[in-house]
Write a new protein. Structure first.
Length: 215
């Protein structure tokens, strides 16, 4: 039972803790911003997002929804993530909206467009106030955050020198971004092939911290 044992998530989290430790930050005792790929029902995303009570999960997305919490309360959001983790087949729509900070929400990826609140724009530095779901995902992947946590299925980052075909994941061609566009400090790659190997190298050469998903 991968979800019960959480081996992959815990292994990836050791990498994340080390990356931050080398940057002078103890993420088990200091808050840090996180953007994630996946949802709490998944074994890698779900387990990982419960491995520190100091996570500030500002945004996450899966294949159906986009979750945004511009100014999360670490204690309340941790408890809510734990509730969803323990709930069978939960998704972001099950998240208690009373816990989401002002201006945030859960958005459907099938929507024609999404209106961004002033709180969302301020949190991520967005200039646009109306975007398509695919645009929003690309904007979140390249937004400034301390941690980018890959827990869902799909290859979302490639090297700028690669065509999308080299990611071998046609379903995500419309949301994939280039590694040199990333503005996160650390990537936790718990999911399989969230980033191409050339993408990992490009991110690392630009100062990013990452270990391959096999670690």
């Amino acid at each position: 039972d991968h979800k019960k044992m959480g081996i992959t998530a815990r292994g990836a989290w050791e990498s994340v803790k080390r990356h931050f430790r080398e940057l002078g930050k103890d993420i088990q005792n200091e808050t840090f911003t996180t953007i994630g790929v996946g949802d709490m029902s998944g074994d890698v995303f779900g387990n990982g997002m419960l491995l520190s009570k100091k996570i500030l999960l500002t945004a996450a997305f899966n294949h159906v929804h986009i979750f945004i919490d511009p100014d999360p309360d670490p204690a309340k959001s941790f408890s809510e993530r734990k509730r969803l983790f323990n709930r069978s087949r939960s998704n972001w729509m099950d998240y208690d909206t009373k816990i989401i900070s002002k201006g945030g929400g859960v958005f459907d990826r099938s929507a024609k467009s999404i209106s961004l609140t002033s709180q969302i724009c301020r949190r991520f530095g967005f200039k646009k106030t109306k975007v398509t779901p695919n645009e929003l995902i690309q904007m979140l992947l390249t937004a400034e955050t301390e941690l980018l946590w890959f827990g869902g299925i799909g290859s979302y980052v490639k090297a700028s020198t690669q065509p999308h075909s080299e990611a071998d994941d046609h379903s995500n061609d419309l949301v994939r971004v280039n590694a040199n566009e990333l503005r996160c400090s650390v990537i936790g790659e718990g999911a399989n092939l969230g980033i191409t190997q050339s993408g990992r190298i490009e991110f690392a050469l630009n100062g990013g911290r990452i270990n391959t998903d096999s670690v």
